[in-house]
Design a protein. Structure first.
Length: 531
């Protein structure tokens, strides 16, 4: 097995993604552009997107990280719009795109057109959340887009299987399709519900952070594989398990949380970078064998499908969002703040991604009777152009569109005030508990150490309030920012001394690692990430 192409893909995509952080352009767009640019360079290995790798090995961890970072309570509060987009819109887009392609492309069977519709129906989870985080969308819109992207892949894959069965001659009926969809949906949720509590119990009872994080890396693959083994939706199983574990993550010890956050950030960064680079690298593969559909006719088909995909989302979003709100008072009260501007952003934020391409590449080359699958190469081409078109056109225009519409972003002042109030309540409870503990003779401490514990609580409580107060006129820092900066500089000075002592052989490397880890934990406690 030649691992050089894989190493080149990971190293190259990670480099481009790192450079993207220094530009105003979202990383997915630069990665796709880089993939397109290098796809025809001499000496570049041929990268074929293998659905047997992407769907079971890449999709589960990406869904897992997105779901654990999501808010179960926020998703539950937005259940109606999330369900209407992740299920209703995907099925609507499958039918709308399929029917339009059937009318546009001469000779294409309706079943093959519906296969294409199912393939390009689901917006991409990674693209939606990446752009939403970058442009600072209001929290409600971000929750809806994240919730949609977590579930819509399951709907699309099931719709694809039904359409494909009809296309290849298996004689699938609407009743068969409905039954398969219900089995996949309820089966996936059931598998997730069965797995989530035993997995959480195991996580909380393993005593080694290393073992707990090893288990964490296996969870999405176990959930996905178990569901697929019983012919249910692996996507839904992963999402259910991840939402439960994320909601109960506070019950895991701090060492596991620290390691797990770092590990999954790295995994998500590598996978996200690689999949978007892979999209661009598929250009030679897609164009190969396009045959009679090259040139202006192929360009017309690509433009027509792109327009149908974009317009069909608006056709779905506006009625299902605003008609029920106009008819039912309870919906209006539960979904306050939903305006035509927010609906427009949700309608425009429909970027497609790697899942669509992976599904397209899984289309068999032959039918049950041995004949070639009709229009397979054209379906691949139209999937590719739709993915590229939505990523570029919608991804690039979304930030200026949000600025033009003047959507209110997250209220940093209100969030800081809520954080300060929460910290104050927690600190008061901790002080009461501390005094009760110190009254017990088994917990006797010298007064300086007891006062130090009280000072830690007081500084933690005051730190958040200080961010709402005055700033240093010279540096522009709050008192809390200055404290953290000075604390890190003091720790840095200690670290240099430890390294110098190791270099002069006063301490060995094992002791150095112990001392550095202690400083690292103190620095982590003093450092508040602002991005």
């Amino acid at each position: 097995m030649n691992v050089l192409p894989l190493l080149l893909l990971v190293a190259g995509s990670a480099t481009v993604a790192g450079l993207a952080r220094r530009t105003p352009v979202p990383a997915p767009l630069l990665l796709v552009a880089a993939g397109l640019a290098v796809s025809y360079l001499p000496g570049v290995p041929g990268y074929t997107l293998d659905p047997e790798v992407v769907l079971p090995l890449v999709l589960p961890p990406l869904l897992y990280t997105a779901a654990t970072d999501s808010s179960y309570l926020d998703l539950r509060a937005q259940m109606r719009p999330v369900a209407l987009l992740s299920v209703g819109y995907v099925l609507f887009a499958t039918l709308a795109v399929g029917w339009a392609v059937y009318l546009i492309v001469p000779g294409m069977p309706l079943t093959a057109a519906l296969v294409l519709g199912a393939v390009i129906a689901p917006p991409d989870a990674v693209a939606a959340t990446a752009v939403a985080r970058r442009v600072g969308l209001p929290s409600r819109i971000t929750t809806i887009l994240q919730g949609e992207s977590l579930v819509n892949d399951a709907t699309a894959i099931t719709a694809y299987k039904v359409a494909l069965a009809a296309a290849v001659g298996e004689g699938a009926t609407w009743a068969d399709g409905t039954r398969e969809f219900l089995v996949a949906a309820f089966g996936g949720v059931a598998v997730g519900l069965l797995l989530m509590m035993p997995i959480h119990w195991l996580r909380t009872h393993l005593k080694e952070a290393l073992l707990q994080n090893t288990l964490s890396l296996l969870i999405p693959f176990v959930a996905y594989g178990a569901a697929e083994w019983v012919h249910a939706s692996g996507v839904l199983a992963v999402v259910v398990v991840a939402l439960y574990l994320g909601y109960h993550n506070w019950q895991v010890d701090f060492a596991t949380r620290l390691q797990e956050e770092a590990v999954w950030k790295m995994v998500a960064f590598v996978l996200e970078s690689a999949v978007f680079a892979l999209i661009g690298l598929q250009l030679p593969v897609v164009l190969r064998g396009l045959g009679a559909y090259e040139g202006l006719r192929a360009a017309w088909y690509a433009l027509a499908v792109f327009l149908v995909v974009v317009l069909s989302r608006f056709v779905w979003v506006y009625p299902v969002t605003h008609v029920p709100r106009a008819l039912f008072r309870r919906i209006r009260e539960r979904e306050e703040g939903q305006t035509w501007k927010g609906s427009f952003v949700i309608g425009w934020a429909g970027m497609r991604g790697v899942v669509s391409l992976a599904i397209a590449f899984s289309i068999p080359r032959t039918m049950h009777d041995g004949s070639a699958f009709p229009f397979r190469n054209l379906i691949l081409f139209l999937t590719f152009t739709t993915v590229i078109g939505t990523l570029v056109a919608q991804g690039l225009s979304l930030p200026p569109l949000i600025r033009l519409l003047r959507l209110p972003g997250r209220d940093a002042q209100a969030e800081t005030l809520a954080e300060a109030n929460a910290q104050a309540q927690a600190s008061r409870a901790a002080e009461t508990h501390l005094e009760a503990l110190l009254d017990d003779e088994r917990n006797a401490l010298p007064p300086p150490l007891a006062d130090r514990l009280r000072m830690v609580l007081e500084r933690r409580r005051n730190a958040v309030w200080e961010r709402l107060g005055s700033v240093n006129p010279v540096t522009g820092e709050t008192h809390d920012d200055t404290y953290r900066r000075l604390s890190r500089q003091m720790i840095g000075a200690e670290r240099e001394v430890f390294v110098r002592l190791r270099n002069h052989r006063y301490i060995d490397d094992e002791m150095l690692r112990t001392l550095l880890r202690r400083l690292d934990l103190e620095e982590a406690a003093a450092y508040r990430e602002t991005t």
